[in-house]
Design a protein around this ligand. Structure first.
Ligand code: SAM
Ligand code: SF4
Ligand code: SF4
Length: 374
């Protein structure tokens, strides 16, 4: 048992149930572009490579739950690099064009450059390389950026919640200094992993006073700062609506300093609403998962560290692809199973929550962010 405030979380609940996907009787066509029940294609695959992290951001891995006694996944249960690459290849056959490595903290996975190199070899049916990216807390990026770029990584997104050192140390809750993350961003830029996106989760009353200083710092840098609404993901962060600062208010605060104008959305399924400074100082993004759901365009699947596939960030149940990988199923069989899963997908949690914000969600044991990767 873990105690967090008054909530008692049974340890068993911190793992997620998954069903082994059925293999359809007919395997043809095993490949091909997919469309789910709401007409959404499969385009992005987020791959969590570890459930461990050296930070304890309160909105993701609060110390009270993820303490010294917390049992992380044993090494044998993680997908190997070969297994990840095999699955990624099958996903590419179904239309995936973007891979994002995440975690936990992905740079803590030993030998990650080797996985990057293996994924960088994959090609679309048209012979093009994939868009291969990574989200990191930046803590060890300064040391690793050059090797990651050499292995074939295209870009990185770095999470950074404040420029003020005291605020940042409090938010990561392990006393990690902001200067090291800024060094990581600089190293990534120098290694050619730009344009870098910087993700700031905004918590009202915690770091919302850092919105303008962060914007000022990243203006003219070529790096795109994105403000993310604090989400009710998982079940251990004690989320409260009054700690969410709606993106509309973020925008107001920025507009009071610098005029901004909207930028037409780029690729389909883009989660960030883009704005540019009228004076040419660059762009920002607003990710409004709470106040403006974007389920309609959600074309992402998420693969957990131990090979469970989740169709939605708020899902409580995964699909055990590792069981297929480790039971001698052929690529064609796994591909057909995946096709069946995506075809049945109708998740749109944020949209439904937006329509009925007070609906009780206590029934669902939802997956934690550090496990599935955001
Ligand atoms: N450790 C890496 C990092 O922090 O960038 C990658 C994994 S982290 C789970 C991925 C992203 O999810 C980060 O940008 C983080 O800020 C974001 N995130 C985690 N919990 C969140 C929450 N409750 N609401 C909004 N974003 C969250
Ligand atoms: Fe770690 Fe990233 Fe979660 Fe923070 S947001 S605890 S850095 S996984
Ligand atoms: Fe996609 Fe689920 Fe988020 Fe909606 S709530 S955007 S379906 S991950």
């Amino acid at each position: 048992m873990r105690r967090m405030g008054e909530t008692v979380i049974p340890l068993a609940d911190l793992r997620y149930t998954a069903t082994v996907p059925a293999i359809p009787d007919t395997l043809t066509p095993p490949d091909g572009l997919l469309s789910d029940r709401l007409g959404r294609p499969l385009h992005d695959l987020r791959i969590s490579v570890t459930d461990r992290c050296n930070f304890r951001c309160s909105y993701c891995m609060p110390k009270e739950v993820f303490d010294r006694d917390y049992v992380f996944l044993p090494h044998a249960s993680l997908l190997s690099f070969e297994e990840i690459t095999r699955l990624a290849r099958i996903f590419v056959g179904h239309g995936v064009r973007k891979l994002r490595l995440t975690g936990g903290e992905p740079l803590l996975r030993k030998g990650l450059e080797t996985l990057v190199a293996m994924l960088a070899e994959l090609r679309t049916p048209e012979g093009q390389p994939l868009d291969l990216t990574l989200t990191t807390n930046g803590s060890v990026l300064a040391r690793k950026a050059a090797a990651l770029a050499a292995a074939g990584l295209k870009r990185v997104t770095v999470s950074l919640d404040a420029l003020d050192d005291a605020v940042f140390r409090r938010m990561n809750d392990v006393d990690f200094p902001v200067a090291d993350v800024l060094q990581g961003i600089a190293a990534a830029q120098a290694a050619g992993l730009g344009p870098i996106k910087v993700n700031m989760v905004v918590k009202r009353g915690t770091n919302d006073h850092e919105i303008v200083p962060m914007a000022r710092h990243f203006r003219h840098s070529g790096q795109v700062l994105r403000f993310i609404e604090y989400m009710d993901v998982g079940a251990s962060n004690g989320w409260r609506m009054d700690e969410v600062l709606p993106s509309a208010q973020v925008l107001q605060r920025l507009q009071a300093e610098w005029p901004l104008e909207p930028v037409a959305p780029g690729v389909n399924g883009e989660t960030a609403e883009r704005w540019r400074y009228a004076d040419g100082a660059g762009e920002i993004g607003l990710i409004s998962s709470v106040t403006q759901a974007f389920c309609r365009d959600c074309n992402r699947a998420r693969l957990s560290t131990e090979g469970k596939l989740f169709m939605c960030l708020f899902a409580s149940r995964g699909h055990d692809l590792r069981a297929l990988l480790r039971s001698d199923r052929s690529d064609a069989e796994i591909s057909a199973a995946l096709g069946g899963l995506w075809a049945a997908r109708d998740d749109r949690y944020s949209e439904l929550r937006g329509a009925a914000p007070s609906a009780d969600k206590a029934d669902a044991r939802r997956v934690e962010m550090h496990y599935i990767g955001g």
